[in-house]
Design a protein around this ligand. Sequence first.
Ligand SMILES: Nc1ncnc2c1ncn2[C@@H]1O[C@H](COP(=O)(O)OP(=O)(O)OP(=O)(O)O)[C@@H](O)[C@H]1O
Ligand SMILES: [Mg+2]
Length: 238
Amino acid sequence: MKQQSIKVQNLYKIFGSGDNEVRVIEGADFQVDKGELVALIAPSGAGKTTLLMMIGCVEEPTSGKIWLGDELVYDNKWLTRQTRKIRREKIGFIFQAHYLIPFLNVIENVTLVSQVNGVSEKKAEAKAMELLEYFDIGDKARSMPSELSGGQNQRVAIARALANEPEIILADEPTAALDLERSVDVVKMLKKIAIEQDVAVIMVTHDEAMLPLCDRILKIENKKVVSHPVVKGEVGLL
Ligand SMILES: Nc1ncnc2c1ncn2[C@@H]1O[C@H](COP(=O)(O)OP(=O)(O)OP(=O)(O)O)[C@@H](O)[C@H]1O
Ligand SMILES: [Mg+2]
């Protein structure tokens, strides 16, 4: 049976007020199940990053409800003062630029969050090595980010996002800086993670070629979120 990982109900996000008011999301309703890789698409400025940041407990919505797993985390206000903890424990973020810390080597970058979460250095390193090997970059563990290619750095960033065994991965244009072959690699990796680790993945993309690799498409339309099936060879959605 499919299990809900993310559920959003009647979600609103309005920035500013009066003349400065920007109405971004108005009444979004959707759900993402465990094991699903969902593409989030919409034109620039439509609110994709804002939506990810609300789900990731980074940006406070204006109103509505958000569940992460079975936990109702937002109901017109955060229901916990622990949004930071939820973020650290449940969510893995992957960004367009990989944002590795340039003066830490690969394995130090991957173990950073686990160590903030109180995992011992030894345990964090063992987990990080396992992930780096899984992504075929075990031999780069002691290299600096500047010594790796763009695709390799992005794999490190994915390993880092997985280090705390998140229930949810939020990826904001993770393939934007990569060529087609590397992009396909990264998206296939995300799908594999979704299935093998029962994680829900939402991936923002502007790349039509990535859509057939996803299970479903969420599109921000008229400030709401509409679900579309993936139709092989589909064009014109973006
Ligand atoms: N902190 C903020 N204050 C005011 N307006 C904001 C703020 N953050 C975002 N916005 C506005 O919200 C809208 C949605 O922005 P968002 O970054 O979510 O778009 P996006 O779909 O991710 O775009 P892109 O594809 O270019 O990354 C934009 O009009 C933006 O100007
Ligand atoms: Mg964005």
